[in-house]
Design a protein around this ligand. Structure first.
Ligand code: UD1
Ligand code: CA
Length: 469
């Protein structure tokens, strides 16, 4: 059913001890607030409004750079200039968008583990209960800091009292806690927000105060208990951030394993929100797959590998390597210790071997850069072999220049290719050459001084040294 989602993300987040807004701290590769927005979208929100305040520009900039996929609900922002509490935040939204209609889901931007199914169930339940508000509740092991739900003898919600406003007895006995996620009837929410006062321990306008206001007006209020308390864990400090990250890591890895991906040790594999991995791929320890990374089938990735915005075909190995903004086609081998960056593309069957860096280069089908090389700004054809220690000299201190290498070229070891330069197809370059001029197709090019031989010279030298003793 269509509904509006409001994500509260304006708070100071003092307990994070950070220069950045709390909601921008990351769980795996995405900020806290992004996970909340995603859950709302997946639950079917037709409008997603993020309330920003502290560090508003950082939040806005992040979403501006996040591509919105086809059919995805765009994110709208409302600025809460003064942070006067969660009730005030929703009032600011109401005034900014000119009232509410239909169901309104309100959630906190610091509860990233919430599942779309749970949000959708909350929205459905409010409708079934014809409630002015249905609140998502939980019973965590430690209730400290959470608002407590007060129930009457029939188990009906009558109020929510913030931890700091509870009597010691209430703190000890009330176990049902407010998750800060609610579904409201839009017009009843809009009509009652102004009745919230700020006469409490923190001097804030508390959104959960609406519960007792509704109850006093005879409006029905409901409750929906979260399936797992971990889903609504709020992040207020960095220890909780790590805790939540661990839950998310396990959740994603579990799904991947059930879909046919193997992990030697899932606790040592970190996979981001938008990553896909194909069947029969093995992820070795200390592997990080972040950003818009896709990995095909039958690959072995890791150990010790980091892939960010990388596209990996089928049957590849990536061993102790880093791939950033780069792509490798089927049957490509990388590493140990290769570094691919800057839109590098390795075609089918190519190889980037050990201690090899490739930047902004295309390596053709079956071509190999096996050892100790830097290849930057280069277009390489098929079946090329680059000898160990060879380098494209692409930078003169100011400009970057291009190197073009044709099909079937053999470049001897320790060759410097001073760009801009072209080596024609089938050419051969002798080892240790400094190539500053184009090499025609099919030619041999050699740049090297004459080798000197002095017969018996070394023997005489060793003799002389011995005589000195
Ligand atoms: C809130 C609830 C509490 C609940 C708990 C669950 C209130 C008053 N209390 O407490 O009942 O048990 O969450 O985690 O709502 N925010 C704004 N503008 C503001 C104030 C807060 O946008 O003026 C945002 C914050 O950025 C945060 C969210 O609202 O994302 C919740 O605020 P926070 O201060 O973390 O509330 P809690 O003390 O955790
Ligand atoms: Ca909180």
């Amino acid at each position: 059913m269509p509904f509006t989602a409001i994500v509260l993300a304006a708070g100071e987040g003092t307990r994070m001890k950070s220069r950045h807004p709390k909601v921008m701290h990351k769980v795996l590769d995405k900020p806290l607030v992004w996970w909340c927005v995603r859950a709302a979208r997946k639950a079917g929100a037709t409008r997603v409004i993020v309330v920003v305040g502290n560090g508003a520009d950082e939040v806005r900039d992040f979403f501006a750079q996040e591509p919105t996929s086809e059919g995805e609900t765009p994110v709208e922002f409302v600025e809460q200039a003064e942070r006067l509490g969660t009730g005030h935040a929703v009032r600011v939204v109401r005034d900014a968008i000119g009232g509410f209609s239909g169901p309104v889901l309100v959630m906190a931007g610091d509860t990233p583990l919430i599942k779309p199914e749970t949000l959708a169930a909350l929205v459905e339940e409010r409708k079934a209960q014809h409630a002015a508000c249905t609140v998502l509740t939980m019973t965590p092991d430690d209730c400290t800091g959470y608002g407590r739900v007060v129930l009457d003898e029939q188990g009906q919600v009558t109020a929510i009292i913030e931890h700091k406003d509870c009597t010691p007895e209430q703190q000890a006995t009330l176990k049902e806690c407010n998750s800060a996620t609610y579904c409201f009837c839009g017009h009843r929410l809009a009509d009652n927000l102004d009745k919230i006062g700020n006469d409490n321990a923190q001097g804030e306008y508390y959104l959960p105060d609406l519960i007792k206001i509704f109850v006093s007006e005879g409006e029905p209020v409901g409750m929906h208990h979260a399936p797992e308390a971990s889903e609504v864990l709020g992040v207020n400090n960095r220890a909780q951030l790590a805790e939540v990250t661990k839950v998310m890591q396990r959740r994603i890895n579990h799904e991947l394993m059930l879909s046919g991906v193997s992990m030697l040790d899932p606790d040592q594999v970190w996979v981001g929100a938008d990553v896909t991995v194909g069947e029969d791929t093995v992820l070795m320890p200390q592997t990080i797959l972040f950003g818009r990374t896709t990995v095909g089938t039958d690959c072995t990735i890791g150990p010790n590998s980091r892939l960010t915005n990388a596209t990996v075909g089928n049957g590849c190995t990536v061993d102790e390597s880093i791939l950033v903004d780069s792509a490798i086609d089927d049957d490509v081998n990388c590493g140990p210790r290769a570094y691919l960056r800057g839109h590098t593309h390795l075609l089918k069957g190519a190889k980037a071997g050990t201690h090899v860096e490739l930047k902004n280069s295309v390596v053709g089908e079956g071509s190999k850069v096996p050892h100790l090389s830097y290849i930057g700004d280069c277009t390489m054809g098929a079946n090329v072999n680059i000898g160990g220690g060879s380098i494209t000299c692409n930078y003169d201190g100011k400009h970057k220049s291009h190197t073009t290498i044709g099909d079937h070229v053999f470049v001897g070891s320790d060759t410097m290719m001073v760009a801009p330069v072209t080596i024609g197809e089938n050419a051969l370059v002798g080892a240790s050459s400094c190539i500053t001029h184009d090499v025609p197709a099919g030619a041999l090019s050699l740049e090297r001084s004459q080798q000197i031989i002095k017969e018996d010279w070394a023997n005489r030298y060793w003799e002389r040294l011995k005589e000195e003793d």
